[in-house]
Design a protein around this ligand. Sequence first.
Ligand SMILES: [Mn+2]
Length: 261
Amino acid sequence: MPTLLEQLDEMANHARTFMTGAVFPLFLGGEHGILPPLVHAARHHPEVDGDLSKLTLVQLDAHADLRSSLDGEPFSHACAAARALDVGAGRLLQAGIRAYAKEEAERMEGDDRITSFLAKSTQHPHHGAAAWSAWLEALRSIEGPVHLTLDIDGLDGTLVPATGTPVPGGLSFWQAVETIEVLFGNPKAVVISADVNEIAVQTDSPLTQFTAASLATRILAHHVLARREGRWVQADSQAVSEHASDSFFQTTFGGEFSASS
Ligand SMILES: [Mn+2]
């Protein structure tokens, strides 16, 4: 059984074979803990070109995912965004957030790479429209490469009951759709990759899976539209074979966090 850090390296090495600029990778989960290796792999993308500080993460999520660790595990799904920033992502825009710990609130305040739009603002029955417009403006202001990470629990719990930690008071389906439309429609941004995660198995209702599939399909459709409208330039598909695999997570985090495992 490989260790978690070995599995993260395996994921990063697998994901990088799709980070060539020749294809648009859409990763389906599963745990939100897949995010840090996806971000690490994105450094190979020609739009990122080795400098992850160029990369903006756009996150829909009920949880800030900015914990330093959860139950002693720094690569928990509750730490996905924090680790993605540690890996080197330059900027994090998050919406739907309505469940976070004190240390996460402090990181939202203190880390100027992070801009958080709280659900209590965007979903407010009277004043929500203004906060939602500010989120859309933030998406329109992004420049450069983007990875979209869509934790399905960012949507209201009524839409996605089959997820590990459903939370009431979340985004509507059409707000998720609008986020995708506005992000892909930004002519200065290039969405290079995406993931849709935290879908759990549920046999008595297909609602969660269908909601997730509808959003995943829209992500792909808007990528196709971006190509047609010239907002996505296909790179040389041969570039990937030049890279050797690495053990970034083991070598970078193995010593630092070994006391907690
Ligand atoms: Mn999450």
